[in-house]
Design a protein around this ligand. Structure first.
Ligand SMILES: Cc1cc2nc3c(=O)[nH]c(=O)nc-3n(C[C@H](O)[C@H](O)[C@H](O)COP(=O)(O)OP(=O)(O)OC[C@H]3O[C@@H](n4cnc5c(N)ncnc54)[C@H](O)[C@@H]3O)c2cc1C
Length: 441
């Protein structure tokens, strides 16, 4: 590190957006403190990307390691910034950082308002994904999966949940439920390859026959779907479960008997063209899809309890055409930007795209942060170091068990040693307590 004067910036959240934001900031010469709720960095790259995508996760971890060993970046893990966190948004605002960049992802749950959505046996995809990827506290709670799992939504997260059900549970039937039709599916075909072995072609053909008149009425050609299916060889089933689709169905109510889920009541839809969009319109006809587990995979919203100005599932940014405005957090009382407070990644646009997109969003956001910083005086490097130490002291006084990057590396070494001893590809401790113990020993 040099003695050159610096700007001091806090990035909150060490998922892909926060990590790439930190790297872009450090490249401008800024001194960066990276605060992260989880013990380990990576966010959904560590705790979202599917269980056995070891190569992809390994590649990302190596990129993150390079960022986190940059001497201009200090990682402080296991620190939550929230109304009831180790620090509040107001605490941070009063600590004299030149800018604050929130990259805390979309941690809130999107409820559709369907009756029974909070019953046992009904899950929201993010919680289940965090559970099987071993993120505390979700890793410590049981998420029992039944034999017939209804998944609401047809995006890539549905594919991951279907993959989990088909290959890691005793599930026998997986029903992916879509409000609209097969032409409006949101998952990528490449991702779907992971569940092809469970995909039941005969049941798909039956479903296309069932909805054929409604597709034709919307000007769509069902035979295109059948022709595409015919190009795929009928899979040799490796999965225990079979995967089917139920199109043109909006969930209305989770049905339960004696406190146990028995099905999902849906309303049949038809398709209507609105301009260049195809929308679903209810027909009033209700039916029940038998299921003992329901998973909502319909995207997430940001966490209202973090303490940033919030409305309708998003943090408020400055309205207007200025490209920088969309990254600046709004002061709702003044109607202008909160000076020096920015938001990037899924915290800015909940559930929006893959790691590459979060990275691009962070890098674009940091260009705007850099223009903002250009108008501010820098401070001597030694003063910035004192500010970082003072933040550490404040956290210690508040009883936070802060985990720095050296500690994360010790933890990762302990997990690698366990994986080797157990002869498995990957091992993760289940709770924060176990992780902290492993770091100490
Ligand atoms: C199930 C699933 C599977 C996916 N699979 C893939 C895939 O295969 N390939 C791919 O490229 N992309 C995949 N993605 C998308 C990818 O994970 C996201 O694009 C990316 O992780 C978003 O990055 P982010 O940093 O904005 O948010 P996140 O990754 O959510 O990171 C947010 C970070 O903020 C921290 N944080 C949260 N709240 C606070 C707080 N209050 N205080 C302090 N820190 C906080 C968290 O600890 C976390 O580290 C998947 C996503 C999901 C949900």
């Amino acid at each position: 590190m040099t003695d050159e004067p610096v700007h001091l910036v806090a990035v909150i959240g060490a998922g892909p957006a926060g990590l790439f934001a930190a790297r872009a900031l450090a490249a401008t010469g800024a001194r960066v403190v990276l605060l992260n709720r989880d013990v380990k960095p990576g966010g959904l790259a560590e705790y979202g990307i599917f269980l056995n995508k070891y190569k992809m996760k390994g590649g990302l971890r190596r990129q993150f390691q390079k960022i986190l060993t940059d001497p201009r970046i200090t990682y402080l893990g296991h620190v939550t910034i929230a109304n009831k966190g180790d620090l509040t948004v107001q605490d941070l605002a009063g600590m004299g950082f030149d800018a604050l960049v929130y990259a805390i992802g979309a941690q809130g749950t999107k409820y559709l308002g369907v009756e029974g959505e909070r019953l046992p046996g009904v899950y929201h995809a993010k919680d289940l994904v965090y559970h099987y990827n071993r993120l505390p506290p979700f890793s410590e709670r049981p998420f029992p999966m039944g034999r017939r799992v209804a998944i609401v939504g047809v995006g890539n997260v549905m594919v991951d949940i279907a993959n989990y059900c088909a290959h890691f549970t005793d599930c026998e039937e997986i029903i992916a439920i879509a409000r609209r039709g097969p032409f409006e599916k949101a998952y990528d075909d490449r991702e779907f390859e992971d569940v092809e072995d469970a995909f039941d072609h005969a049941l798909y053909r039956e479903e296309i026959a069932r909805i054929r008149p409604r597709l034709v009425a919307a000007g769509q050609d069902p035979d295109e779907l059948l022709a595409a299916l015919a190009t795929k060889p009928e899979p040799l089933p490796r999965a225990r479960a079979r995967l089917r689709f139920r199109f043109l169905a909006s969930p209305k109510r989770v049905r339960a008997e004696g406190g146990r889920v028995v099905g999902l009541e849906v309303e049949e839809n038809r398709l209507e063209r609105k301009g260049d969009r195809i929308v679903a319109a209810g027909t009033g006809e209700l039916s029940v899809i038998p299921a003992d587990t329901v998973v909502f995979a319909v995207g997430d919203r940001v966490d209202e309890a973090a303490g940033l100005p919030y409305k309708d599932g998003l943090y408020l940014t400055v309205p207007g055409e200025d490209p920088a405005a969309a990254y600046q957090v709004l002061d709702p009382a003044a109607g202008t930007a909160q000076s020096g407070v920015f938001v990037v990644g899924w915290a800015r646009r909940a559930s929006d795209g893959v790691v590459g997109r979060a990275r691009l969003d962070a890098e674009t956001g940091i260009k705007h942060v850099a223009s903002y910083l250009a108008s501010l005086p820098k401070r001597p490097a030694a003063q910035a170091e004192q500010a970082v130490e003072s933040l550490r002291r404040t956290l210690a006084e508040r009883g936070a068990a802060v985990v720095d990057y050296d500690a994360v590396q010790r933890l990762e070494a302990a997990e690698k040693a366990r994986a080797a001893a157990d002869n498995v590809e990957e091992f993760k401790f289940r709770s924060d307590r176990e992780m902290l113990d492993a770091i100490r020993s």
